[in-house]
Design a protein around this ligand. Sequence first.
Ligand code: SF4
Length: 370
Amino acid sequence: MSVTDDKKTVLDPFGTTAIEDYNRLYEEFGIQPFKPLLNRVPNPSMYMRRNVVFGHRDFQCVLETMRNHEDFAVMSGIKPTGEFHLGTLMTAREVIYFQSQGAKTFYCIADVEAYEDNKISFERSQKFAVGNVADLLALGFNPKKGCIYQQSKERRVQDLAIIFGRGATLATMKAIYGERHIGLYLSALIQAGDILMPQLKDFDGPKPTVVPVGVDQDPHLRLTRDLAAKFRRKYNFILPSSTVHKIMKGLDGSPKMSKRNPTSYFTLHDEPETIAKKISSAFTGGRPTVEEQRKLGGNPENCPVYELDMYQFVEDDDKVIQVYHDCKSGKLLCGEHKKQTIERVLKFVKEHQLRKEKSMDRSREILHME
Ligand code: SF4
């Protein structure tokens, strides 16, 4: 767990994350700003263009291989504890973006972590996994060019975790994750195995690998880079890189969407009425009265409704900029904007659910559940 002295910035993949100022992450945690690289990125993703991907670790290394059309990999995954929400949507879209740019693609179902962190039995997580993989396929993941696997069934990942155990002391694990039960430390070693598996001989050996992560997952990258350096002589690992994205605010105005707080988020499989209700009652950056809003404008920087558009549901950059200015100038009112956003979200969700339904059989096949 990474914490600044005044506790205003906490990065904890197994717990609470608090970020008051993203700029501090550059100075205090060694995350590098992404913006200076943007011009060199081929066909940058929507998140990159909008500074949602705000940081990286060592991404230059992946960028050069992308530009030269050389061998590189992307690796990420999902903890199968429920339906796709907007955080997992973001990571999945980033993975699909890198796949479209030529990356060998690895997507893990983190069922060991779901067990250790959320007490979800392997049987139960298998059921969630079928839906999650179908979501991934519905979003455009090409399974012919990618490897989807479950941690509990991938021997190569487990073998790496066993070997990495010799490279991590209890003091290191405590420094990165805080005082936790041993199962969580074990699942962190397994994640290191996930991140480095693409570099094994079975997958054509060492190669630059990018892991798109929400900023709360950065501690896993720090551990894995440390382990990759320690076991470099044995495996010839290239230190893995990351792109780091911001975390969406909760709909209720809380700093982060969280399953512990149902009013703060929705999933792609909630009933349309539930989604509409949650967006209608969302916190906004608006003024207390219509008159004030018209006169002074709203505050989109502090508005979860604006974030829904900007992070996820408006594809056209110019349209997002227009929404921003219309809010700032007082032309757009919160009620009207919420209505537009509900329409956009429900259209996306409806179409996505239809595509997902068609992907369920393929998902069962991939997870060997026929
Ligand atoms: S108009 Fe829209 S972006 Fe502006 S504060 Fe209201 S809901 Fe947020």
